[in-house]
Ligand binder design. Sequence first.
Ligand code: C2E
Ligand code: MG
Ligand code: MG
Ligand code: MG
Length: 283
Amino acid sequence: QSKSGGRSMVHFFTPDMDERAQKRLQLESHLRRAIERDELSLCFQPRVQARSAALVGVEALLRWRSDELGPVSPSEFIPIAEESGQIVDIGAWVIAQACAQQAAWRDQGLGTVPVSINVSALQLRDGMLTGVLRDAMAAHGVLPSSIEIEITESTLMDAAEQSLTQLRALKSLGVQLSIDDFGTGYSSLNYLNRFPIDKLKIDRSFVHDMLDDPTDLAIVRAIVGLGHTLGLRVVAEGVESVEEAALLQAAHCDELQGYLFGRPMPPEDIPDWIRQVAPAAAA
Ligand code: C2E
Ligand code: MG
Ligand code: MG
Ligand code: MG
């Protein structure tokens, strides 16, 4: 083992170190080389208008296929990337890649496909995010209004006052801002009102359970009401069935995203998805 990759490359596995800790160290050291080894890619999932099912944009979702470990799920490696600080470099790669992809679709004659990019609160606080995003948009001729930045509720509220300053800088670029996994954190309504945000994304756990659980349905309706009162658009994620879509539509949710409409797919599949689904939706 080389030491050149930094401290984390040196592994001392002791018998009492549990398996999960070993796995974690292993993931962290492999992840450190993922960008240069070209192991990262982006998938894109469509998001549609609740009323018409017309495409409103796509969300970029990071994928990692490690040469040694095979595919690793974001729920496994994103937290590690955040704790080790690697998310700053990985996040910059995601932003550049997402902007490049939007430009590639445009060059293929698809027009402007709005792209949502997930950003960790750590990237926001690192202070480089605004510059990284501005440079990537400029490099690929991307319209700021066609980029949406998603930040999870739980992490955003951790350092709300600090986040507020960074969000304002980000918003000044002209991008859309949305709060992801809404309902799972503990939002201060005071901050929610002060944050320069455009959208709330209802966490899919509520969507998943609302058909069986009246409390979850009540929460979904309350979030839509809160969002609209604050002048925000409300998106539901994790929509898997026609019943769920109908209920969300009746609850006046603005946009829907989920397997019912489209799974996350490689970028080369998006043009066909648009050609096949969009005319049907418009009809
Ligand atoms: P998220 O931003 O809330 O993304 C939605 C997740 O729900 C995605 O999981 C997506 O594949 C999944 N999903 C979409 N529709 C459905 C559905 O109908 N049913 C079910 N069961 N799941 C659905 P994924 O791709 O595994 O990503 C997980 C999380 O990892 C994301 O949650 C996001 O928080 C994070 N993530 C992904 N890419 C990035 C990235 O580039 N940067 C950062 N910081 N985080 C990312
Ligand atoms: Mg998201
Ligand atoms: Mg989410
Ligand atoms: Mg999530």
